[in-house]
Design a protein around this ligand. Structure first.
Ligand code: 0L1
Ligand code: MG
Length: 262
């Protein structure tokens, strides 16, 4: 049974307010078992509209659940996508107010900045690389609005794939000829290496995640605009952080970026 526009709006408002009030909620499928992935993306669209209406600018998109291990853990075979707003962006090296977050975790990712728009279907890795203006090291802060990160697939899609904050490095690197599969990534917390990984952790190649995003957008009648920042998915496991922590990501050939939690 398809959910009514009023119900979609009601779920989006619940999740919007939970983020604003720094309050966790139970997964939305508990109250709305008919929420399937298609309806969940409609909730995400409604959440985006609520944010844009209060002056947030759309900056780009993100992919989530891009590692085969995490997809298996969730029992799904496709990643999910969310949006990045201007309220999610943090300057390189800046402080993040932990009191404004519920239970933040950080992930090391590669950000793509798109020079050209991309439109599906059948977007290829080569098309993604040709349309990319630059690559940057990134940290995504995820902060599920659900108790203890307990959710199912429709609930996490509705919750904008746990998107919360992100930072990207300030030195742009060219995508041309770069081996994104074996590119090495180090995540440090308080000066200690806590996670290492390689680009291949993201669907074999982070550019493939961007191509998949373009095709998933196409399936919903949308495209990826020029100028978008795209977080291509976690190369490392997510690491919990708290006030007092500082985190840094270093990526071969792309440099580093960091955040402080206060
Ligand atoms: O960015 C991500 O891969 C997170 C997707 C949502 C799942 C989670 O919150 O762990
Ligand atoms: Mg992520």
């Amino acid at each position: 049974m398809s959910l009514s526009p009023a119900t979609i709006e009601e779920i989006a408002t619940l999740l919007h307010d939970a983020e604003r009030d720094v309050r966790d909620v139970v997964k939305v499928t508990d109250a709305q078992p008919d929420l399937d992935t298609e309806a969940a993306y409609r909730v995400q669209d409604a959440l985006r509209a609520l944010k844009l209406a209060r002056g947030v600018r759309l900056v780009g998109m993100k992919m989530g659940l891009t590692s085969f291990a995490k997809m298996e853990q969730m029992g799904v075979d496709t990643p999910i996508y969310g949006f990045l707003g201007s309220d999610n962006a943090v300057d390189d090296g800046a402080a993040v107010e932990t009191a404004a977050l519920i239970h933040p975790k950080v992930e090391a990712e590669i950000a793509f900045v798109m020079r050209d728009a991309l439109q599906g279907p059948d977007c290829t890795v080569e098309q993604v690389l040709a349309a990319t203006a630059c690559l940057l090291p990134a940290i995504e802060v995820i902060d599920s609005r659900y108790e203890n990160f307990r959710f199912d697939l429709p609930s996490v899609i509705a919750d904008n794939t746990s998107a919360s904050r992100y930072v990207i490095g300030s030195k742009a690197a060219n995508a041309d000829g770069r081996d994104l599969e074996s590119i090495g990534v180090v995540l440090e917390k308080n000066g200690q290496v806590v996670e290492v990984g390689a680009g291949a952790a993201v669907l074999g190649n982070p550019a493939r995640a961007v191509a998949m995003l373009v095709d998933m957008l196409h399936a919903r009648g949308q495209s990826l605009p020029a100028g978008s920042v795209v977080l291509s998915g976690a190369i490392t496991a997510a690491v919990a952080v708290e006030a007092g922590d500082h985190v840094q990501v270093r990526i071969d050939g792309l440099g580093s970026t960091g955040l402080r939690f206060v």
